[in-house]
Design a protein around this ligand. Structure first.
Ligand code: GLA
Length: 655
């Protein structure tokens, strides 16, 4: 099981990205004083330090970092040391243009921003390995070092010539022959048959729709190439410090990495999470990413980045109202985080992110942001011993797969209104509002431990995944699947009949005549609720039960929700309350109970180990019934049968 290593030792890691190269040395001393005041015990150093460490090719400037490592250590702050390879110095691009990535139009992504590296460039990889090697050799034995952070938010695609050559190698390894590639990509369509590997290109700009097989493989290739970059650096640091954990930070609702695959290569799974403070479902969006990250980690994980206040990359960037930073941080701990960290420690005065908050904002140590950070640091220290290292698995698994997302989100599909992350959010929201504890799983994972498996949408499924779902239901499991599931195979080839025959059989679908996607704002009556986004013209088999039928219009009387035994198929997106009721009913049928009964609106309850976290996401005070006697670790008081939580209030209860 991945772990945070000795870094935690019963403490929740608390801190953030620290970019001292932006500040004069006197500020470093003020930084460590404030870190001590706030209970900061961990910082991530060096994420964007390449040009400071290697100001010209082959040079090494480690003196400033030596000073900082020593200073932090002397002040009890551990260091997650980053390899600086996500932001190469300008000289690298200038001397070696082959290190710069190209977009789909062939345009160069120049230095002057960040992440301007080509994953396929041998030159980039050589320089990245060299600086990684020297960092690991120099600091591997430093007592401040607790963990390695490789690169940052790997996401850059490359359509250039070196990437094209690498793509061909990747495709040769996958398909062996050009015939197999032509078959997988369906190149008989539009005269795309390849006669030579040299003609195969990355998914560059075309006049009209691109070949979907090519696009899908290019996304797989991109994830794999970035993974190769990660592994190369990971292996270097692991050689120097085999005892220290290694991580890289995910952004799971951006689509660039197959995070299931990547997580297998990490000691600690870490994630960056920035829900919008104004979003009424911000807490649920956070919960979704936290559930996903815990499931990838199969244990405690690290919240590598969040914002103490506003970000700077939305159209309108809202601050966090008083108490929200604390509440969302405790929510992450409730869902398994053993580290609560931020981008970044001190808000910048210059550069592209100067209006992005920091733990110490422009208002300084007397500003509300830092005052709230300080309070949170003290509270995390109080509960750290009771929570770290513990893990609680859910009874329900939501299935998610990046390859399926990539295949299903291409151009030329039945409705551009269907957005995969939105579908995931809708289904997760239904479970979240019903207070049902939820894990995520890959469709090929062993699902036998779950009583209920929910598939919001898996457009493309391998045969192995289909068989896995059948085995799960045959073995006594209950399955609920949403529309556009099982449509295509792993090459994005539509299954005969428009949906995998084994799955049609499972759900009791004799014929899937047509899809009837709905316009924005349109809905269909389904007898008791309204369906949105999508509807289907289905003919059921005799043994299937229509649980809800379309009323009126073309589909009048046809099944909207269909069930055969323990397998349910939902051919529309029920409005939120209806989806929640449906999943609550199905879950209850399997014996799954909500975390707590009778919770008021906007109150969330989460179990972690033997602790019960109760979180009020509302602005009004609420009274929550919690039967029995508990001890609130945050207030140090006893709680008998009920507690009152103020606006954004939280309690961490031990029986
Ligand atoms: C990402 C990056 C950080 C910073 C933040 C801003 O998470 O990793 O370097 O840019 O976004 O929100």
């Amino acid at each position: 099981m991945p772990h945070l290593g000795d870094a935690t030792r019963g403490r929740i890691l608390f801190g953030g990205d620290y970019n001292p190269e932006q500040w004069p040395e006197e500020t470093w001393h003020e930084d460590v004083r404030l870190m001590r005041e706030a209970g900061v015990n961990s910082v991530t150093l060096g994420v964007f330090s390449w040009s400071r460490l290697e100001p010209e090719p082959g040079a090494r400037e480690f003196g400033w970092l030596d000073t900082l490592m020593d200073l932090l250590h002397a002040n009890g702050v551990g260091v997650v040391l980053a390899t600086p390879t996500s932001a190469p110095p300008p000289w690298l691009g200038r001397l070696h243009p082959d290190t710069l990535p190209r977009d789909e139009n062939g345009g160069v992504e120049w230095w002057g921003g960040r992440q301007h590296f080509s994953h396929s460039s041998a030159t980039y990889r050589r320089y990245a390995a060299a600086i990684t090697e020297d960092l690991a050799a120099r600091y591997g034995g430093h007592p401040a070092l607790t963990m390695w952070h490789i690169n940052n938010e790997y996401c850059t695609a490359d359509h250039g010539d070196e990437a094209a050559a690498a793509f061909r190698r990747w495709l040769r390894a996958r398909y062996g022959t050009l015939d197999a590639l032509n078959t997988a990509w369906g190149t008989a369509f539009w005269s795309q048959g390849y006669d030579s590997w040299d003609a195969v290109l990355p998914a560059r700009r075309t006049h009209y729709l691109k070949n979907p097989g090519q696009v899908l493989d290019f996304r797989r290739f991109t994830s794999d190439m970035l993974l190769e970059c990660y592994l190369a650096e990971r292996d270097i640091v692991a050689r120097h410090t085999p005892h220290l954990p290694v991580t890289t930070n995910f952004m799971p609702l951006f689509s660039g990495q197959d995070a299931w695959r990547w997580a297998e290569e990490e000691d600690v799974v870490s994630v960056d999470l920035y829900p919008d403070p104004r979003d009424p479902f911000g807490a649920q969006n956070g919960a979704l990413v936290q559930d996903m990250t815990r499931s990838q980690a199969r244990g405690p994980w690290m919240l590598m980045e969040q914002a103490a206040g506003p970000v700077n990359w939305r159209g309108v960037n809202h601050p966090k109202p008083r108490g929200l930073n604390r509440l969302w941080s405790l929510q992450a701990v409730a869902r398994g985080a053993d580290a609560v960290c931020y981008f970044q420690w001190r808000q910048s005065r210059q550069g592209a992110e100067k209006f992005h908050s920091g733990m110490v904002s422009h208002a300084g140590e007397h500003g509300r942001t830092f005052q709230e950070v300080k309070r949170l640091g003290a509270e995390l220290a109080a509960i750290g011993g009771a929570v770290t290292g513990t893990h609680t698995a859910g009874d329900i698994a939501v299935l998610h797969d990046w390859h399926s997302w990539w295949a299903g989100s291409q151009e030329g599909r039945p409705s551009t209104e269907v957005d995969h992350p939105e579908i995931l959010r809708s289904w997760h929201r239904a479970l979240w509002e019903a207070h049902l504890a939820t894990d995520f799983a890959h469709p090929e994972h062993d699902l036998s431990a779950y009583r209920l498996v929910v598939v919001p949408q898996l457009y493309a499924l391998t045969d192995t995944a289909v068989e896995n779902l059948l085995r799960y239901v045959r073995g006594g499991g209950t399955l609920v699947a949403g529309f556009l599931t099982g449509v295509a195979d792993e090459d994005d080839r539509v299954r005969p009949g428009g949906m995998d025959a084994r799955l049609r059989d499972l759900f009791g679908i004799r014929t899937l005549h047509e899809w009837w996607p709905l316009d924005p704002g349109e809905s269909v009556e389904c007898g008791g609720f309204r369906g949105t986004l999508w509807s289907e013209e289905l003919e059921k088999t005799e043994d299937a039960t229509t649980e809800a039928a379309y009323k009126g219009g073309e589909l009048d009387g046809l099944p909207a929700v269909l069930r055969t035994g323990r397998a349910w198929y939902v051919s529309t997106l029920p409005e939120p309350g209806a989806l929640r009721d449906l999943l609550t009913r199905v879950a209850a049928g399997t014996g799954i109970r909500p975390v707590l009964d009778g919770l008021p609106d906007r109150v969330e309850a989460v179990r972690r180990g033997d602790l019960l976290f109760v979180l009020n996401h509302g602005r009004e005070p609420v009274t929550v019934e919690v039967p029995g006697t508990h001890h609130d670790l945050l207030t140090g008081t006893a709680v008998e049968d009920a507690l009152t939580l103020g606006r954004y209030g939280a309690a961490v209860l031990r029986p």
